[in-house]
Write a protein that binds this ligand. Structure first.
Ligand code: AGP
Length: 634
């Protein structure tokens, strides 16, 4: 999704902006741009310089290198097209008709059509198809009015103009604005889209996400919903939407929130797949220390009241996070005995089920910024509040990898999966982290509710402790195996993933991973559902990847696989290494573990196979076409 960087200070802005934008590349983009205020010629007013380029950031860098963009104040942007094609004129910054005001925006201005029409009726000519362009035109209008009164400094006028305009904008957005008549003022604002202010020495850098601040500062001030800030070389003035001054202390970033480095791996995705044994070890170290009481065997940051009286659980999430939620729902129902439903957050917003009391609402989002998930959580909070549900606030939980993100400001309880920044657009290690969070939650619920005996709980915990070792061994064998297998997929156009029970969501995740990075059409089905329709697709050109782990549905899956075999599909089994069957054309072996923990391991072949198929096709694995890491629009 779009990325914003803005800087004011004593150094040249353009190199800092380009470096910051580079760190935000992982969010996904199709064009980029920057604007600076050039004060070198002592010309009054100063000159606004704007450069934009379609495609990779390198194109913008070359443009800036050849034509220059001097100035110590600037704003930059990577654009992920929503309104208008990804070309130069629609790239940001967007500017007003006089070319004096430049704006970058991340999000969507939902009422832009109405605003545009009324501006056009006043004679304003638009140069782009973007929703963002209304903003510089509106700011220009407000500045004209403020100038007539004329008692404020140019920086204060720009701040007031942006505040007034932000009240007219509907939607979720973060913006950064500069004006050639205010060469010492950077104004930023946010509503429902992230924006952080980084405090450097004599300079400030604002960004959509923490990696852009790497090497600049560790001291940050996350802006809150509806806030507007004026940054000058002298300091920060922060205001709420009504114009009341806000005072808050900055916080300090952890190392893991900043470091974005591929080490020796070809792609971030592969690096992140390989980081999973560490993700699991760290999680075990933090949450499964020895000696915890039997009624609370997993260390989670909640007291007993959090678990008490929960009769139902609803989980809201999108994409991979939703697949983790589905495994979570299986555990919460089958292990802890609590009825649990999983919803697409985007659907829940417009078709929520009737409210029922004593319900725990869980939002799952690795980024903590997914607009659909945040909006669904907020809608549910309002619904419950309006019905006077007394314990609703304590019955909200967010599971995220970014504890400093918006979800943490929105819900009362948070499980930080602590996987470290994930750069590859395709979620891998954060999926494992989300799964582990659900195992922890299900174990504690089971212990409190006595839905499982102490022995059963102990056994599951002991098995989870073996996961890092299994993951390490699997990575060794499966990387090579997946690479070899991937060559069979050079002409493949359709792949079907099958799984049952707790591994059905892993089949869905396998299909999503393959689609995302290799652009091969893939679908995940519960294996028993094949015969009800999808089997019509099968022939020798279709590959079927079937997860068949030992457990209650093992024989059933094998029978379902036979049905595919009879239709000449190419069969790949993700099955125990000890399996005695000739049914699969290829086997991706799983260690012999209980069905209950098998999703923590069966995800490895799904991720590695997708990765290698995409690598063979020479695709842009870390930034697949059309995708964004953080989906901050509806
Ligand atoms: C995962 O590979 C995808 N990039 C995508 O489905 C993602 O899981 C989804 O957009 C939700 O993101 P979140 O976890 O940050 O909320």
């Amino acid at each position: 999704m779009c990325g914003i960087v803005a800087v004011i200070g004593s150094r040249q802005a353009a190199p800092l902006l380009l470096e910051g934008l580079k760190q935000l590349e992982y969010r996904g983009y199709d064009s980029s741009g920057l604007a600076t205020i050039d004060t070198t010629s002592n010309q009054i007013p100063s000159r606004l310089i704007c450069k934009r380029a379609k495609g990779k950031l390198l194109n913008l860098r070359n443009l800036v290198d050849t034509s220059g963009s001097p100035g110590r104040l600037g704003i930059g942007h990577t654009r992920w097209a929503t309104h208008g094609r990804p070309d130069e004129k629609n790239a940001h910054p967007q500017i007003d008709s006089a070319g004096n005001i430049a704006v970058v925006q991340n999000g969507i201005i939902e009422n832009h059509v109405l605003l545009r029409r009324s501006l056009e009726a006043e004679g304003v000519e638009f140069a782009s198809e973007t929703d963002t362009e209304v903003i510089p035109h509106l700011i220009s209008k407000e500045l004209k009015l403020l100038k007539q009164v004329g008692r404020k400094s140019s920086g204060a006028m720009l701040l007031e103009a942006v505040r007034r305009v932000s009240l007219k904008l509907n939607g979720a957005y973060a913006i950064a604005v500069i004006w050639n008549e205010a060469p010492d003022a950077l104004v930023v604002a946010r509503r429902k889209a992230p924006l952080l202010i980084g405090l450097g020495e004599g300079e400030f850098l604002c960004a959509s996400d923490t990696p852009a601040l790497a090497g600049f500062t560790r001291t940050i001030l996350p802006m809150q919903d509806g806030e507007v800030a004026l940054l000058t070389p002298l300091g920060i003035e922060l205001y709420d939407q009504h114009g009341d001054r806000q005072k808050r202390s900055p916080s300090v970033l952890r190392d893991s929130e900043q470091i974005v480095n591929k080490r020796n791996f070809r792609h971030f995705m592969l690096k992140e797949i390989y980081e999973q044994p560490e993700t699991a070890s760290l999680w075990i170290e933090r949450h499964l220390p020895e000696g915890l009481p039997s009624e609370s065997p997993v260390a989670l940051p909640f007291d007993a009241s959090f678990y008490k009286g929960v009769e139902k659980i609803e989980i809201l999430a999108c994409g991979t996070s939703r697949h983790a939620a589905m495994v979570g729902a299986y555990l919460l129902e089958q292990f802890s005995g609590i009825p649990t439903s999983v919803f697409y957050a985007s659907e829940f917003r417009y078709a929520a089920p009737p409210l029922s009391p004593h319900t725990l609402t869980i939002g799952v989002s690795q980024s903590g910024e997914t607009a659909d998930t945040l909006a669904a959580l907020s809608m549910e909070a309002k619904r419950r509040d309006s019905l006077g549900d007394p314990d609703y606030a304590s019955r909200q939980l967010g599971i995220t990898n970014r504890p400093e993100s918006s979800i943490s400001r929105q819900v009362t309880n948070i499980i930080d999966i602590g996987a470290g920044i994930e750069v590859g657009v395709a979620a891998t290690k954060t999926f494992l982290g989300q799964l582990l969070a659900f195992y922890g939650l299900a174990i504690n619920f089971a212990a409190k509710r006595k839905s499982r005996s102490d022995e059963e709980i102990k056994k599951l915990i002991e098995e989870i402790r073996t996961v890092p070792k299994h993951l390490t061994l699997m990575l060794e064998t499966h990387n090579e195996l997946s690479e070899e297998l991937s060559h069979q997929f050079s002409d493949t156009q359709d792949v079907i993933f099958l799984g049952r029970g707790i591994n059905y969501p892993i089949a869905l995740e396998g299909a999503l991973k393959l689609k995302e990075v290799s652009y091969i059409h893939a679908e995940g089905y519960p294996a028993g559902e094949m015969k009800h329709g999808p089997i019509a697709l099968l022939d020798h050109k279709v590959a079927v990847i079937s997860i068949a782990n030992q457990g209650i549905v093992f024989d059933k899956v094998l029978s379902n696989v036979q049905e595919a075999k009879a239709r000449e599909a190419r069969l790949i089994g993700v099955a125990p290494e000890t399996i005695e069957t000739e049914i699969f054309d290829s086997l991706m072996p799983l260690p012999v573990v209980s069905e209950l923990i098998s999703p923590l391991l069966s995800l490895i072949p799904m991720q590695l196979l997708s990765y290698h198929i995409a690598a063979n096709r020479g695709l842009d694995i870390d930034q697949p076409r059309n995708l964004a890491k953080t989906v901050t629009v509806e």
